[in-house]
Write a new protein. Structure first.
Length: 144
């Protein structure tokens, strides 16, 4: 479920496409077809905001606390993939990363490397894009 939560976050913030999220949801549903949470997610595949909301609710009720490494590794792989694909202007990318940080469950948002996502875009305020890029690179490598 961690991976599905990650792809719902990435989809909500425009850092992955809908197809990638749906592939992960469908694969998980085929394994656990009696899971009511997954069935509910299958019914709202056209609404990424609703999907993310349902996954966050699921996390609050069933999974807490979130395992930082199990969650972090695939999250940072997804973020790095979006970064390398250069699908957004860099400032917009940084803004969306900050949005993802704000959406993270509080129990991990203040841990490294997640915490770093909250302030990397500050470098852009004083025009230091190279510093921001360097910090993203460090963050992407945290679990490697």
């Amino acid at each position: 479920m961690e991976e599905l939560f990650i792809y719902a976050l990435l989809l909500q913030y425009g850092l992955t496409d809908r197809e990638e999220y749906l592939q992960r949801l469908d694969a998980l549903f085929l394994i656990k077809d009696s899971d009511d949470s997954l069935l509910e997610l299958e019914f709202c595949t056209n609404n990424s905001k609703k999907s993310l909301s349902l996954l966050m609710e699921y996390w609050e009720q069933a999974v807490r606390p979130l395992h930082a490494e199990k969650f972090g590794k695939p999250l940072f792989v997804g973020l790095e993939k979006a970064y390398r694909q250069n699908i957004l202007p860099f400032r917009e990318f940084a803004s969306r990363i900050y949005g993802i940080w704000r959406a993270l469950p509080q129990d991990i948002s203040m841990e490294e490397p997640f915490w770093k996502l909250s302030y990397i875009d500050d470098c852009l305020s004083w025009g230091d894009e190279s510093q921001a890029r360097e910090l993203y690179q460090e963050t992407f490598c945290f679990y490697q």
